[in-house]
Design a binder for this molecule. Structure first.
Ligand code: UDP
Length: 321
């Protein structure tokens, strides 16, 4: 049977598609190539079992047709990255909310299991570390555009869980923490591809704020194997799971490590948030996933550390140049 991957030409989606094909699935990708890129799946075109359909998840008829043809659905299509969300808030909200509504309605109609990818952003300004799935979501005001992304993704989660509650539609919600790896573009603000590219070009590495904010970076290969593991596990239905890595690093520390890995003479430049984003931008100081829930259900443990990740990203960007 065929598996549908919405957003399958995106960074995470394309790695998931490769993995599903290796596992013997046929895969139908629905992607409008907006933030996804054809190059991400170009090497799969013509391979048996792979099909790309270029259209948007905001088109309900196309979504319905794709869902009908498939036996399960990974819904990854979304607006990505804080920068895009701040720059194009209407499109962001519409893509996230309407797209997910279309996917869930079609899955409900044909009773297809669906995995929805959400984000650690939904924890918002929570300060209890690490973040566990049952923790409060602490959002900022509606006048700060950044929160539109978190609220829209949280609404998607509510909707998915509502379908489970009302009709036992098999849904799983996966909250992804900073996922990085080959093919990720820095175009939408993501820090690792941006720093690696700056390091390789010998440009100043742009650390926002004082660089003391911390993140945990997970290799995309660990994340896609966690997604596939959750989909295989019926006990996961109706539940929310964190996915990521729990090894923390400061952004300044990340910049220094990337300078070393790329063998670069780049300087490190501290950029005020007001210059990097817009005035009033609120950053999260720490964001660490509690991985005990997914570990106890599927045995998930991230197997690639930050050194491994940075080497992979450097190799990928060097080969593109
Ligand atoms: N960041 C930075 N320089 C950049 C891009 C991002 O210092 O060129 C910082 C950003 O402010 C945040 C962290 O790196 O504190 C991670 O940013 P990203 O956009 O990758 O992910 P998120 O903010 O969603 O965790």
């Amino acid at each position: 049977m065929t598996t549908l991957v919405t957003g399958g030409a995106g960074f995470i989606g394309s790695h998931l598609v490769e993995r599903l094909l290796l596992d013997g699935h046929r895969v139908l990708v629905l992607d409008d190539l907006s933030t996804g890129r054809f190059q991400n799946v170009a090497h799969l075109e013509g391979k048996p079992g792979f099909e790309l359909r270029v259209a948007s998840v905001t088109d309900p008829e196309i979504v319905e047709r794709c869902v009908l043809e498939c036996s399960s659905v990974y819904h990854l299509a979304s607006a990505v990255g804080v920068k895009l969300v701040v720059d194009e808030p209407v499109k962001t909200i519409e893509t996230i909310v309407n797209g997910t509504d279309n996917v869930l309605k079609a899955c409900a109609r044909y009773r297809r299991p669906v995995l929805l990818t959400s984000t650690s952003e939904v924890y918002g300004k929570g300060t209890k570390i690490p973040f566990s799935e049952g923790d409060d979501c602490v959002m900022g005001p509606t006048t700060t555009r950044r929160w539109a992304y978190a609220c829209a993704k949280a609404l998607d989660e509510f909707l998915a869980l509502a379908h489970w509650h009302e009709a036992r539609l098999p849904v799983v919600v996966a909250r992804l923490f900073n996922t990085v790896g080959p093919r990720q573009t820095g175009r939408y603000g993501m820090v690792v591809p941006r720093f690696v590219s700056q390091g390789l070009k010998g440009e100043p590495i742009t650390v926002y704020g004082d660089g003391e904010q911390r993140r945990c970076f997970a290799h995309v290969a660990d994340v896609t194997s966690a997604l596939a593991g959750l989909m295989r596990e019926p006990k996961a239905y109706g539940q929310v799971f964190n996915i990521g890595n729990d090894e923390e690093v400061t952004i300044l520390g990340l910049a220094e490590r990337i300078r070393k890995v790329t063998g670069s003479k780049s300087t490190i430049r501290l950029v005020p948030y007001s210059e990097a984003y817009t005035a009033g931008f609120e950053d999260m100081m720490r964001r660490v996933p509690d991985l005990s829930k997914i570990r106890s259900l599927t045995g998930y443990r991230p197997s690639r550390n930050l050194d491994h990740i940075l080497e992979d990203v450097c190799r990928d960007q060097s080969s593109e140049r």
